[in-house]
Write a protein that binds this ligand. Structure first.
Ligand SMILES: *[C@@H]1O[C@H](CO)[C@@H](O)[C@H](O)[C@H]1NC(C)=O
Ligand SMILES: *[C@@H]1O[C@H](CO)[C@@H](O)[C@H](O)[C@H]1NC(C)=O
Ligand SMILES: *[C@@H]1O[C@H](CO)[C@@H](O)[C@H](O)[C@H]1NC(C)=O
Ligand SMILES: *[C@@H]1O[C@H](CO)[C@@H](O)[C@H](O)[C@H]1NC(C)=O
Length: 273
């Protein structure tokens, strides 16, 4: 936060008692650093009964705090669901010079100005933005900033107060990386089926298959490999991988077909089959 205070006079000079009083104020707005002096000319273009000044303006107040949160998610957002991001700007004045901006990474996604609000005492304002995400948005950083633009005579670039960054995680149902089916397995060969899933939370993996002693499963996180050593013809069938997390489950079926190995074929031939 800046230690400097700027005063903004959006001057009124008062002369005649009636409303149709042609007055020119030059310049019409004065921005001055605290402790420095400023000048403005008030000119009446018609006869008048006397002139005076009314000090109608206070000083600018940079916000006490700028914070960003999502009251309905705490940063854990389910894919494609809508949530609100709320940027809260505490005690800022004057409102008509305020712009609140919301950024996703480097991209400004929304802003709000209050130029119609002729309020000079410090006020608090909220910018509420609906958001929804795809899984690729995982880890996205939002931040919000409050800018007081005091015009060309004020600080350049205009003073900005930023929120802490707000990081989101995107939760989604499991997805299994599709693997090509393996054809032409010969009896006696070793077979591997690789089931690799993604999802948030990290899915757990289960396999469904017929009972067999020569089947081994090795799972690490969301990657699971099923190994059949020296496969036999009667082990043909479906080996189903199931990836499960709190948002759902996904299945991938590996269909095993086994043809007679060369040895078997030779033996069968010898036996005259
Ligand atoms: C106000 O008017 C006086 C006299 O015309 C001039 O010298 C002065 O520069 C003006 N000041 C401003 C701030 O316009
Ligand atoms: C606010 O957003 C509008 C469009 O949404 C854009 O044209 C404008 O430049 C933005 N204002 C500021 C001060 O960034
Ligand atoms: C399984 O497949 C994934 C994705 O294609 C690959 O990264 C991984 O190395 C594979 N694991 C094994 C044991 O084949
Ligand atoms: C194996 O899976 C396929 C494809 O999912 C299905 O059409 C078939 O009925 C299944 N066979 C058995 C024996 O479950």
């Amino acid at each position: 936060m800046k230690a400097t205070t700027y005063l903004v006079f959006l001057g009124f000079c008062i002369a005649c008692g009636h409303s149709e009083c042609p007055l020119q104020l030059n310049p019409s707005t004065v921005v001055v650093r605290h402790g420095h002096s400023a000048f403005a000319n008030c000119t009446a273009t018609e006869e008048h009964d006397g002139m005076g000044w009314e000090a109608s303006q206070g000083s600018t107040e940079y916000p006490d705090s700028v914070s960003l949160q999502s009251p309905d998610s705490r940063g854990q957002m389910v894919e494609n669901k809508r949530y609100r991001l709320v940027c809260d700007v505490q005690n800022v004045a004057p409102l008509r010079l305020l712009t609140i901006k919301l950024y996703k990474g480097q991209l400004e996604i929304q802003n709000s100005t209050y130029s119609d609000k002729d309020i000079k005492t410090p006020e608090s304002k909220q910018l509420v933005v609906p958001v929804s995400h795809r899984r690729g948005d995982e880890g996205a950083l939002y931040r919000c900033e409050a800018m007081l633009n005091l015009g060309p005579d004020g600080p350049q670039p205009p003073a900005v107060v930023q929120s802490e960054p707000f990081k989101i995680t995107v939760q989604y149902a499991p997805e299994i990386l599709h693997q090509p089916q393996i054809a032409g397995i010969l009896a006696g060969a070793d077979v591997f089926y690789n089931c690799t899933a993604t999802g948030n939370p990290v899915p757990s993996i289960e396999w469904k298959h017929g009972p067999a002693k020569n089947v081994q499963i090795q799972t690490s996180g969301a990657v699971s490999v099923l190994r059949i050593s020296a496969v036999t013809e009667n082990q043909a069938g479906n080996y189903t991988c199931i990836a499960i997390n709190s948002l759902g489950e996904t299945r991938e079926v590996f269909t095993l077909t086994v043809s007679r190995g060369k040895k078997d074929a030779a033996r069968l031939k010898f036996q005259g089959v």
